[in-house]
Every structure is written in C-alpha cells, then in structure tokens.
Design a protein around this ligand. Structure first.
Ligand SMILES: Cc1cc2nc3c(=O)[nH]c(=O)nc-3n(C[C@H](O)[C@H](O)[C@H](O)COP(=O)(O)OP(=O)(O)OC[C@H]3O[C@@H](n4cnc5c(N)ncnc54)[C@H](O)[C@@H]3O)c2cc1C
Ligand code: FES
Length: 299
C-alpha cells in the first residue's frame, strides 16, 4: 500500500526546494529528530534517503523538505497532492540524543539542512533547553521555515552568502562569535558536508581562543539499504575506525569524522547521476511533446 501526499508546498520561487506532508501513521508514531526514511517512488524507482523534518502523531503524518537535484528528487517534485509514494521505510537511524543540558544548545542548519534541525530543536526545547538557531542559505530565496523556528527558539540568527537577508557571510562566523562569548553545551550542525566540516574544525578546540564544544553532525553519505548491509554509507573516522552512517548515525560526533575522505567518496557517482538526470529530462520532454501533438486523441 502506498503513502498518500497530503500537501506539497514549494519553498522557493525556482521550485527547487519543496515541503511534502505524507500520510504514514505508523512511521509518525515512532519518528523523532535524527531519524530518516528510505523512499521508492514507484516500481522502477531507486531507493533514496530523506530526513524526517517534522511529524504529527495525532494526524499520522510526516513532513520532509527536499531539494530537487537529480532524477529521483525531480520525479518526487512532480507528484501532486493525492498521489502516492510506493515505498516508505522508516524511521531509520539513531534518534537524536535529547536531554537537559546545563548551557544553551546551538543548532546550525545550512541549505536544505535547515529542515532536519527543526525536530531536534523542538525536542530540545521540550526538554527544557535554551536553544539558539543559526540558519544559513546562499541567498534570501533559499531560506525557509524562519517563522517555525521563531515559535520554538530563544534566538534565531540568519546568514546569507550574498547578504540578501540577515547577516552577510557564513554560519561559522556567527557560531564563532557565540561560542567565544558564552558557555555552550552542544552544537548540532546539519547541512552540506563542507559546512559541517568547517563547523567541526571550528569547535574541535584547535583554533586559538575558541573553546572546544561537543558537536554533532548529520552525515548525508550515499545510502542504499539503510540497514547496515550494503556498505554504501561507510565513512572513516579520524581515530582510524570505520562506521556506517545508516546504523551508527546519521548523527555522529563531528570531531571524529574524516570529512575529506567522505567528500571524495560522495562524489564517486556524479557523472552517472548527471547522465541519469539528463535522460529523465529528455524522456519528460518527449512525453510532453507527444501529449501536445496528440491532444484530444484517444488511445
Ligand atoms: C541520511 C540522509 C538524509 C537525507 N535527507 C535529505 C533531506 O531531508 N532532503 C534532501 O533534499 N536531501 C536529503 N538527502 C540527500 C538525498 O538523499 C539526495 O539528494 C537524493 O538521494 C538525490 O537523488 P537524485 O536521484 O535526485 O539525485 P542524483 O542525481 O542521484 O544524486 C545527486 C546527489 O545526491 C546524493 N545522492 C544520490 N543518491 C543518493 C543516495 N542513495 N543516498 C544518499 N545521497 C544520495 C549525492 O550527493 C549525489 O551527488 C539525505 C541523504 C542522506 C544520506
Ligand atoms: S546504507 Fe547500506 S550499509 Fe548503510
């Protein structure tokens, strides 16, 4: 049985980022911040992971925020309210470690990674923590959900690379100001690998005058089965260990991740992915042309 799309909202004018609310009562009962799902749109589709960005246990729904960057995410963006996703497996991965910390927690969300920090922020607030949110985007159009964070957070700071909204610059500039000005118990960073790498480098105690702050990052490695069997999500740790993001994470200790190795691993399929997207777009254009030319015909 498929999972019905209850709502679809594009979050930017370019329609490259969208929010999907999906009926999935059993998953909604168990989902928490830190969990992810594996989707397969139809019988020909590949399996791909998306993070739980919100859940509503009463209504039996889960929310995901997706950036359409390749074949599967572009195909997902084309589904309409009322249509179904064939397979939805989850919640997978470890739940975020939620407890009452003595000092504030800073959550850093970059790009589409803004969405998965939301459930963790909500749960940390419910546990009695003071939470400071840093939201980073390339430009104002790519920023979303500020109003959702305003409701639950003690402070929300926005940065954009081009300064079109909030502070001009990177999330790490604001983070450095915060962790050097007051005691912070924990940093949680979710976003592009390169952003998480620089957050971890900032907070690992190696920079003069900047204190070490425990830092969790969420690893968006290549995933296939999501259950520890295929090895696709393997990553190296700086202490020499090897872990699997799907079962040991995706939230892991940022100070022990070999980001350079992971950045290389994640770019292995770039060429194949580009070819697949271009074939998919060509197929869509051909189908649209066929429908246009044969409008009114019955088959
Ligand atoms: C735990 C986890 C949670 C994620 N959560 C989100 C999310 O909430 N929202 C969101 O927009 N994206 C999320 N991603 C990334 C998302 O899975 C990829 O964007 C998606 O798989 C791309 O598929 P595609 O066919 O559209 O693009 P492709 O052209 O196939 O790939 C584009 C890029 O997406 C990544 N990717 C491709 N296949 C996979 C795969 N099987 N597993 C992981 N990454 C892949 C690679 O970096 C690749 O270069 C998450 C990834 C992981 C591992
Ligand atoms: S996705 Fe296969 S081992 Fe993690």
């Amino acid at each position: 049985m498929g999972h019905k799309i209850i709502s679809k909202t594009f979050l930017n004018p370019e329609h490259s980022v969208f929010e999907l609310i999906i009926k999935a009562p059993q998953i909604a009962q168990k989902a928490s911040g830190g969990n992810f799902l594996i989707l397969r749109i139809d019988e020909k589709g590949e399996r791909f992971p998306l993070t739980v960005a919100d859940y509503n246990r009463e209504e039996g729904t889960i929310t995901m925020v997706v950036m359409a960057i390749g074949k599967s995410t572009t195909q997902l963006a084309k589904l309409e309210v009322g249509e179904e996703i064939m397979d939805l497996v989850g919640p997978l991965g470890k739940k975020a470690h939620i407890k009452k910390f003595p000092n504030p927690v800073v959550l850093v969300g970059g790009g589409v990674g803004i969405a998965p920090i939301y459930p963790q922020a909500k749960e940390l607030k419910e546990a009695g923590n003071e939470i400071i949110i840093i939201l980073g985007a390339r430009t104002a159009n790519l920023l979303f959900w500020k109003e959702k964070f305003d409701i639950i957070a003690d402070e929300v700071i926005i940065t954009t690379d081009d300064g079109t909204i909030g502070r001009k610059g990177l999330v790490t500039h604001v983070l450095e100001e915060i962790i050097t000005s007051r005691p912070i118990s924990q940093v949680i960073a979710i976003g592009p690998l390169i952003m998480m790498k620089f957050v971890a480098l900032l907070t690992n105690g190696s920079k003069e005058g900047v204190p070490k702050v425990p830092t969790t990052v969420s690893l968006n490695t290549i995933m296939v089965d999501g259950t520890g069997m295929c090895g696709g999500c393997r990553f190296q740790q700086l202490d020499g260990g090897t872990k699997y993001a799907c079962v040991d994470g995706p939230d892991v200790d940022g100070h022990n991740v070999d980001f350079d190795n992971l950045l290389k691993r994640n770019s292995r399929f770039l060429r194949v992915e580009k070819v697949r997207l271009s074939h998919y777009n060509e197929k869509c254009r051909a189908e649209a042309k066929f429908c246009e030319e044969n409008e009114g015909e019955e088959f």
